[in-house]
Design a protein around this ligand. Structure first.
Ligand code: SAM
Length: 366
Protein backbone atom coordinates (compact mmCIF):
# COMPACT_ATOMS: atom_id res chain seq x y z
CA UNK A 1 0.00 0.00 0.00
CA UNK A 2 1.43 3.42 -0.89
CA UNK A 3 0.87 6.59 1.14
CA UNK A 4 -2.13 7.71 -0.92
CA UNK A 5 -3.79 4.32 -0.37
CA UNK A 6 -3.07 4.47 3.36
CA UNK A 7 -4.59 7.95 3.57
CA UNK A 8 -7.55 6.80 1.47
CA UNK A 9 -8.16 3.85 3.80
CA UNK A 10 -8.14 6.15 6.85
CA UNK A 11 -10.50 8.61 5.18
CA UNK A 12 -12.90 5.78 4.24
CA UNK A 13 -12.88 4.61 7.88
CA UNK A 14 -13.36 8.05 9.44
CA UNK A 15 -15.05 9.99 6.59
CA UNK A 16 -12.28 12.60 6.72
CA UNK A 17 -8.81 13.20 8.17
CA UNK A 18 -8.27 16.31 10.26
CA UNK A 19 -5.27 18.29 8.97
CA UNK A 20 -3.05 17.35 11.97
CA UNK A 21 -3.67 13.64 11.36
CA UNK A 22 -2.95 14.12 7.66
CA UNK A 23 0.27 16.03 8.50
CA UNK A 24 1.34 13.22 10.87
CA UNK A 25 0.94 10.65 8.08
CA UNK A 26 2.45 12.87 5.36
CA UNK A 27 5.59 13.47 7.45
CA UNK A 28 6.02 10.36 9.60
CA UNK A 29 4.15 7.36 8.15
CA UNK A 30 6.80 4.59 8.29
CA UNK A 31 8.54 4.18 4.90
CA UNK A 32 6.30 6.71 3.12
CA UNK A 33 6.03 9.92 5.16
CA UNK A 34 8.41 12.73 4.17
CA UNK A 35 10.91 12.08 7.01
CA UNK A 36 10.80 8.31 6.61
CA UNK A 37 10.77 8.19 2.83
CA UNK A 38 14.06 6.85 1.34
CA UNK A 39 13.90 9.60 -1.35
CA UNK A 40 14.11 12.44 1.21
CA UNK A 41 17.55 13.88 1.69
CA UNK A 42 18.68 16.53 4.17
CA UNK A 43 21.98 16.92 2.29
CA UNK A 44 22.31 20.61 1.26
CA UNK A 45 23.04 19.62 -2.36
CA UNK A 46 19.90 17.59 -2.73
CA UNK A 47 17.26 18.77 -0.27
CA UNK A 48 14.04 20.78 -0.09
CA UNK A 49 15.27 23.08 2.72
CA UNK A 50 18.61 23.67 4.43
CA UNK A 51 18.91 23.74 8.19
CA UNK A 52 21.73 25.64 9.96
CA UNK A 53 23.82 22.56 10.90
CA UNK A 54 23.68 21.34 7.29
CA UNK A 55 24.84 24.77 6.14
CA UNK A 56 27.92 25.04 8.34
CA UNK A 57 29.79 23.43 11.23
CA UNK A 58 29.98 26.93 12.76
CA UNK A 59 26.44 26.41 14.02
CA UNK A 60 27.37 23.35 16.10
CA UNK A 61 30.59 25.06 17.23
CA UNK A 62 28.57 28.05 18.48
CA UNK A 63 26.15 25.83 20.39
CA UNK A 64 29.11 24.01 21.92
CA UNK A 65 30.51 27.40 23.01
CA UNK A 66 27.21 28.08 24.73
CA UNK A 67 27.37 24.67 26.41
CA UNK A 68 30.84 25.60 27.74
CA UNK A 69 29.43 28.84 29.19
CA UNK A 70 26.73 26.79 30.95
CA UNK A 71 29.34 24.36 32.29
CA UNK A 72 30.98 27.21 34.25
CA UNK A 73 28.13 26.94 36.75
CA UNK A 74 26.50 23.57 36.06
CA UNK A 75 28.17 20.25 35.55
CA UNK A 76 26.13 18.66 32.76
CA UNK A 77 27.72 15.54 31.29
CA UNK A 78 24.62 14.44 29.37
CA UNK A 79 23.72 16.12 26.12
CA UNK A 80 20.31 15.29 24.61
CA UNK A 81 19.20 16.24 21.10
CA UNK A 82 15.62 15.97 19.86
CA UNK A 83 14.98 15.39 16.14
CA UNK A 84 18.59 15.12 15.04
CA UNK A 85 17.95 14.99 11.26
CA UNK A 86 20.99 13.58 9.46
CA UNK A 87 23.06 13.65 12.70
CA UNK A 88 25.18 16.56 11.43
CA UNK A 89 24.68 18.74 14.51
CA UNK A 90 25.50 15.83 16.83
CA UNK A 91 28.60 15.12 14.76
CA UNK A 92 29.80 18.74 14.94
CA UNK A 93 29.15 19.07 18.68
CA UNK A 94 30.93 15.81 19.48
CA UNK A 95 33.91 16.88 17.31
CA UNK A 96 34.09 20.17 19.24
CA UNK A 97 34.17 18.14 22.47
CA UNK A 98 37.04 15.87 21.30
CA UNK A 99 39.75 17.63 23.33
CA UNK A 100 37.66 18.46 26.40
CA UNK A 101 35.76 15.19 26.61
CA UNK A 102 33.09 16.82 28.80
CA UNK A 103 30.17 14.96 27.22
CA UNK A 104 29.70 11.46 28.65
CA UNK A 105 26.43 10.56 26.91
CA UNK A 106 24.92 12.08 23.77
CA UNK A 107 21.28 10.98 23.70
CA UNK A 108 19.18 11.30 20.56
CA UNK A 109 15.38 11.23 20.57
CA UNK A 110 14.33 10.77 16.94
CA UNK A 111 10.90 9.96 15.56
CA UNK A 112 11.88 8.73 12.08
CA UNK A 113 13.39 5.23 11.72
CA UNK A 114 14.97 6.19 8.40
CA UNK A 115 16.69 9.19 10.03
CA UNK A 116 17.91 7.03 12.94
CA UNK A 117 19.64 4.85 10.34
CA UNK A 118 21.09 7.92 8.60
CA UNK A 119 22.30 9.24 11.98
CA UNK A 120 23.93 5.89 12.83
CA UNK A 121 25.68 5.80 9.46
CA UNK A 122 26.92 9.42 9.62
CA UNK A 123 27.96 9.33 13.28
CA UNK A 124 29.87 6.09 12.83
CA UNK A 125 32.52 8.24 11.11
CA UNK A 126 33.44 9.55 14.58
CA UNK A 127 36.27 7.81 16.46
CA UNK A 128 34.90 4.60 18.06
CA UNK A 129 35.28 5.88 21.64
CA UNK A 130 33.18 8.95 20.77
CA UNK A 131 30.56 7.08 18.74
CA UNK A 132 30.00 4.86 21.81
CA UNK A 133 28.69 7.92 23.67
CA UNK A 134 25.73 8.25 21.28
CA UNK A 135 22.57 6.50 22.44
CA UNK A 136 19.15 6.50 20.81
CA UNK A 137 16.23 6.65 23.24
CA UNK A 138 12.45 6.63 22.74
CA UNK A 139 11.85 9.78 24.76
CA UNK A 140 13.66 11.87 27.32
CA UNK A 141 11.40 11.27 30.31
CA UNK A 142 14.06 9.15 32.07
CA UNK A 143 17.03 11.41 31.32
CA UNK A 144 17.99 13.51 34.29
CA UNK A 145 20.62 16.20 34.51
CA UNK A 146 21.13 17.13 30.87
CA UNK A 147 21.61 19.94 28.41
CA UNK A 148 18.74 19.54 25.90
CA UNK A 149 18.64 20.83 22.35
CA UNK A 150 15.99 21.00 19.60
CA UNK A 151 16.82 22.70 16.31
CA UNK A 152 13.84 22.99 13.96
CA UNK A 153 11.86 20.24 15.67
CA UNK A 154 8.77 22.08 16.93
CA UNK A 155 8.10 23.42 13.42
CA UNK A 156 7.83 19.83 12.20
CA UNK A 157 5.08 18.86 14.67
CA UNK A 158 1.55 18.43 13.28
CA UNK A 159 -0.88 21.33 13.74
CA UNK A 160 -4.63 21.69 13.61
CA UNK A 161 -5.99 24.36 11.26
CA UNK A 162 -9.05 26.50 12.02
CA UNK A 163 -11.01 28.95 9.92
CA UNK A 164 -13.49 31.61 11.00
CA UNK A 165 -16.56 31.80 8.74
CA UNK A 166 -19.40 34.17 9.65
CA UNK A 167 -18.47 34.11 13.36
CA UNK A 168 -18.39 30.30 13.45
CA UNK A 169 -15.27 28.18 13.86
CA UNK A 170 -14.40 25.37 11.46
CA UNK A 171 -11.60 22.81 11.32
CA UNK A 172 -9.73 22.01 8.10
CA UNK A 173 -10.00 18.36 7.04
CA UNK A 174 -8.98 16.26 4.06
CA UNK A 175 -11.50 14.25 2.02
CA UNK A 176 -11.35 12.37 -1.27
CA UNK A 177 -13.17 13.42 -4.41
CA UNK A 178 -12.65 11.54 -7.72
CA UNK A 179 -9.49 9.85 -6.40
CA UNK A 180 -8.01 13.22 -5.43
CA UNK A 181 -7.35 14.54 -1.93
CA UNK A 182 -9.21 17.78 -1.32
CA UNK A 183 -9.69 20.22 1.56
CA UNK A 184 -12.96 20.67 3.35
CA UNK A 185 -14.10 22.13 6.67
CA UNK A 186 -16.13 20.65 9.51
CA UNK A 187 -17.59 22.42 12.54
CA UNK A 188 -14.84 22.73 15.14
CA UNK A 189 -15.21 20.70 18.34
CA UNK A 190 -15.82 22.56 21.62
CA UNK A 191 -12.30 21.92 22.99
CA UNK A 192 -10.77 23.37 19.80
CA UNK A 193 -13.08 26.41 19.93
CA UNK A 194 -12.07 27.02 23.54
CA UNK A 195 -8.39 27.18 22.52
CA UNK A 196 -9.15 29.56 19.63
CA UNK A 197 -11.10 31.83 21.97
CA UNK A 198 -8.33 31.72 24.57
CA UNK A 199 -5.87 33.01 21.95
CA UNK A 200 -8.19 35.85 20.93
CA UNK A 201 -8.52 36.82 24.59
CA UNK A 202 -4.73 36.77 25.03
CA UNK A 203 -4.07 39.00 22.03
CA UNK A 204 -7.12 41.19 22.70
CA UNK A 205 -8.57 40.83 19.18
CA UNK A 206 -11.24 38.88 17.34
CA UNK A 207 -10.21 37.06 14.19
CA UNK A 208 -11.90 38.52 11.07
CA UNK A 209 -14.09 36.58 8.67
CA UNK A 210 -12.19 33.98 6.56
CA UNK A 211 -9.21 34.09 8.92
CA UNK A 212 -7.28 30.79 8.85
CA UNK A 213 -4.52 29.78 11.24
CA UNK A 214 -3.04 26.91 13.22
CA UNK A 215 -2.70 25.59 16.77
CA UNK A 216 -0.14 22.97 17.75
CA UNK A 217 -1.48 20.54 20.32
CA UNK A 218 1.45 18.17 19.72
CA UNK A 219 3.92 20.66 21.22
CA UNK A 220 2.16 20.43 24.56
CA UNK A 221 2.03 16.63 24.45
CA UNK A 222 5.74 16.54 23.61
CA UNK A 223 6.79 18.99 26.35
CA UNK A 224 4.67 17.38 29.05
CA UNK A 225 5.93 13.89 28.15
CA UNK A 226 9.59 14.92 28.19
CA UNK A 227 9.77 17.68 30.82
CA UNK A 228 7.06 17.07 33.43
CA UNK A 229 8.81 16.84 36.82
CA UNK A 230 12.24 17.16 35.14
CA UNK A 231 14.70 18.10 37.87
CA UNK A 232 17.98 19.31 36.45
CA UNK A 233 18.02 20.63 32.91
CA UNK A 234 18.47 23.49 30.53
CA UNK A 235 16.66 23.26 27.19
CA UNK A 236 17.78 25.25 24.15
CA UNK A 237 15.02 25.55 21.53
CA UNK A 238 15.91 27.01 18.14
CA UNK A 239 13.18 27.51 15.58
CA UNK A 240 11.41 30.02 13.40
CA UNK A 241 8.37 31.64 14.91
CA UNK A 242 6.99 34.49 16.95
CA UNK A 243 5.18 35.51 20.08
CA UNK A 244 1.38 35.27 19.89
CA UNK A 245 0.72 38.91 18.87
CA UNK A 246 2.74 38.47 15.68
CA UNK A 247 1.79 34.84 15.11
CA UNK A 248 -1.93 35.61 15.11
CA UNK A 249 -1.72 39.06 13.51
CA UNK A 250 -5.09 39.69 11.90
CA UNK A 251 -3.47 40.48 8.55
CA UNK A 252 -1.96 36.97 8.45
CA UNK A 253 -5.15 35.55 7.02
CA UNK A 254 -3.47 32.46 5.54
CA UNK A 255 -1.75 31.41 8.76
CA UNK A 256 1.79 30.22 9.32
CA UNK A 257 2.04 26.88 7.56
CA UNK A 258 4.36 26.31 4.62
CA UNK A 259 5.19 23.60 2.12
CA UNK A 260 8.61 23.11 0.50
CA UNK A 261 9.39 21.02 -2.52
CA UNK A 262 12.87 21.06 -4.11
CA UNK A 263 13.86 24.29 -2.29
CA UNK A 264 10.72 26.08 -3.55
CA UNK A 265 7.67 27.09 -1.59
CA UNK A 266 4.58 25.40 -3.07
CA UNK A 267 1.05 26.50 -2.29
CA UNK A 268 -0.35 23.08 -1.56
CA UNK A 269 0.87 19.75 -0.32
CA UNK A 270 -1.93 17.31 -1.11
CA UNK A 271 -0.80 16.42 -4.64
CA UNK A 272 2.71 15.51 -3.45
CA UNK A 273 1.89 13.78 -0.14
CA UNK A 274 5.03 12.24 1.37
CA UNK A 275 7.39 14.19 -0.90
CA UNK A 276 6.79 17.71 0.42
CA UNK A 277 8.12 19.18 3.62
CA UNK A 278 5.27 20.57 5.71
CA UNK A 279 6.23 22.89 8.54
CA UNK A 280 4.64 25.60 10.63
CA UNK A 281 6.04 28.62 12.46
CA UNK A 282 6.29 28.09 16.19
CA UNK A 283 4.04 29.98 18.62
CA UNK A 284 6.69 30.74 21.25
CA UNK A 285 4.13 32.28 23.63
CA UNK A 286 2.42 28.89 23.72
CA UNK A 287 5.73 27.06 24.37
CA UNK A 288 6.50 29.49 27.19
CA UNK A 289 3.06 28.97 28.79
CA UNK A 290 3.37 25.18 28.67
CA UNK A 291 6.71 25.27 30.49
CA UNK A 292 5.37 27.85 32.92
CA UNK A 293 2.45 25.53 33.75
CA UNK A 294 5.02 22.82 34.55
CA UNK A 295 6.70 25.31 36.94
CA UNK A 296 9.82 25.64 34.79
CA UNK A 297 11.54 28.97 34.16
CA UNK A 298 12.01 30.98 31.02
CA UNK A 299 15.71 31.85 31.09
CA UNK A 300 15.96 33.74 27.82
CA UNK A 301 14.14 34.50 24.57
CA UNK A 302 16.12 36.15 21.83
CA UNK A 303 16.89 36.10 18.12
CA UNK A 304 19.25 33.60 16.46
CA UNK A 305 21.46 36.53 15.41
CA UNK A 306 21.94 37.78 18.98
CA UNK A 307 22.40 34.30 20.35
CA UNK A 308 25.05 33.26 17.80
CA UNK A 309 26.96 36.51 18.25
CA UNK A 310 26.91 35.91 22.02
CA UNK A 311 28.34 32.43 21.27
CA UNK A 312 31.28 34.04 19.41
CA UNK A 313 30.30 32.92 15.93
CA UNK A 314 32.16 35.87 14.38
CA UNK A 315 35.45 34.70 15.96
CA UNK A 316 34.75 31.12 14.88
CA UNK A 317 34.05 32.29 11.34
CA UNK A 318 37.68 33.45 10.97
CA UNK A 319 38.49 29.76 10.49
CA UNK A 320 36.77 29.90 7.08
CA UNK A 321 39.53 31.17 4.78
CA UNK A 322 37.34 31.65 1.72
CA UNK A 323 35.95 35.15 2.30
CA UNK A 324 33.00 34.71 -0.05
CA UNK A 325 31.94 31.50 1.64
CA UNK A 326 32.41 33.03 5.12
CA UNK A 327 30.26 36.05 4.26
CA UNK A 328 27.58 33.92 2.66
CA UNK A 329 27.29 31.61 5.70
CA UNK A 330 27.22 34.52 8.15
CA UNK A 331 24.66 36.36 6.06
CA UNK A 332 22.32 33.34 6.03
CA UNK A 333 22.60 32.72 9.76
CA UNK A 334 22.62 36.32 10.99
CA UNK A 335 20.89 38.72 8.62
CA UNK A 336 17.41 39.71 9.76
CA UNK A 337 16.02 38.98 6.29
CA UNK A 338 17.50 35.46 6.38
CA UNK A 339 17.51 33.37 9.56
CA UNK A 340 18.87 36.07 11.92
CA UNK A 341 15.54 37.36 13.21
CA UNK A 342 12.94 34.96 11.90
CA UNK A 343 14.63 32.26 14.00
CA UNK A 344 14.35 32.62 17.77
CA UNK A 345 16.13 31.04 20.68
CA UNK A 346 14.24 30.03 23.78
CA UNK A 347 16.04 28.80 26.88
CA UNK A 348 14.06 27.01 29.55
CA UNK A 349 15.22 25.43 32.78
CA UNK A 350 14.03 24.17 36.13
CA UNK A 351 16.62 26.58 37.59
CA UNK A 352 16.75 30.36 37.68
CA UNK A 353 19.73 31.94 35.92
CA UNK A 354 19.62 35.46 37.27
CA UNK A 355 21.58 37.94 35.09
CA UNK A 356 23.67 35.08 33.73
CA UNK A 357 23.37 35.83 30.04
CA UNK A 358 24.21 39.12 28.50
CA UNK A 359 22.01 38.52 25.45
CA UNK A 360 19.53 40.99 23.98
CA UNK A 361 16.27 39.87 25.57
CA UNK A 362 12.92 40.01 23.74
CA UNK A 363 10.76 38.27 26.36
CA UNK A 364 8.32 41.20 26.19
CA UNK A 365 7.27 39.88 22.75
CA UNK A 366 5.87 36.67 24.21
C1 SAM B 1 13.28 19.93 10.15
S1 SAM B 1 14.04 18.46 10.70
C2 SAM B 1 15.41 19.16 11.60
C3 SAM B 1 16.57 18.21 11.70
C4 SAM B 1 17.79 18.71 12.47
N1 SAM B 1 17.45 19.10 13.82
C5 SAM B 1 18.46 19.85 11.74
O1 SAM B 1 18.44 20.96 12.26
O2 SAM B 1 19.03 19.60 10.68
C6 SAM B 1 12.95 17.91 11.99
C7 SAM B 1 13.45 16.73 12.77
O3 SAM B 1 12.65 16.56 13.94
C8 SAM B 1 12.26 15.18 14.01
N2 SAM B 1 11.05 15.14 14.87
C9 SAM B 1 9.85 15.74 14.67
N3 SAM B 1 9.02 15.52 15.69
C10 SAM B 1 9.71 14.78 16.59
C11 SAM B 1 9.39 14.24 17.88
N4 SAM B 1 8.18 14.40 18.44
N5 SAM B 1 10.35 13.53 18.53
C12 SAM B 1 11.58 13.36 17.97
N6 SAM B 1 11.92 13.82 16.75
C13 SAM B 1 11.01 14.54 16.08
C14 SAM B 1 12.13 14.79 12.56
O4 SAM B 1 12.05 13.42 12.36
C15 SAM B 1 13.41 15.43 12.02
O5 SAM B 1 14.56 14.69 12.38
Amino acid sequence: MNLYEKIETKIKQENYLTFDKYMEMALYEPDYGYYDNPQTSLDPNNCDFITSPELTRLFGASIYNFFLKILKNHSYRNFTEFGAGSGKLAYDILCEDLDNNYITNYYIVEKSKKLINDQKRNLSNLPGSIYKKVKWVKDASDISSSFFLANEVFDAMPVKIFKVINNNYFEKVIRINNNTLIYDFIKAKTSFIQEIEKIQKNIGLSFPNNYESEISFKSEEFIVKNFKNKKDFIFLIIDYGYGQNEYYHIQKKQGNIQYYYKKNKVIDCLAFSGNVDISCNVDFSQIYKIFNNLNHNLVSYTTQKDFLIYCDILKQADQICDELKRNSVLKTLLFPTDMGETFKIMLVSNKTFRNSFDINDIRHKL
